[in-house]
Design a protein around this ligand. Structure first.
Ligand code: ZN
Length: 60
């Protein structure tokens, strides 16, 4: 049984119209892109966080 849901809007994704990206399923290209932008944003934020909170591995 094919039952996948779009990671952006939560709508049920039809096998014929499925867009698969980042190992996730989306109802259309637009939502796949939206999710990609969100990932990039999260990564950017994580980078920013690491800049201000550097890991102090192996020091002291
Ligand atoms: Zn969607």
């Amino acid at each position: 049984m094919f039952e996948k849901h779009c990671r952006v809007c939560g709508i049920e994704v039809k096998k014929e119209t499925e867009v698969k990206r980042f190992g996730k399923h989306f109802c259309n290209d637009e939502h796949a892109n939206q999710f990609g932008a969100k990932i990039a944003e999260d990564e950017r934020r994580e980078e920013e966080y690491q800049k201000w909170h550097p890991r102090r591995d192996g020091c002291c």
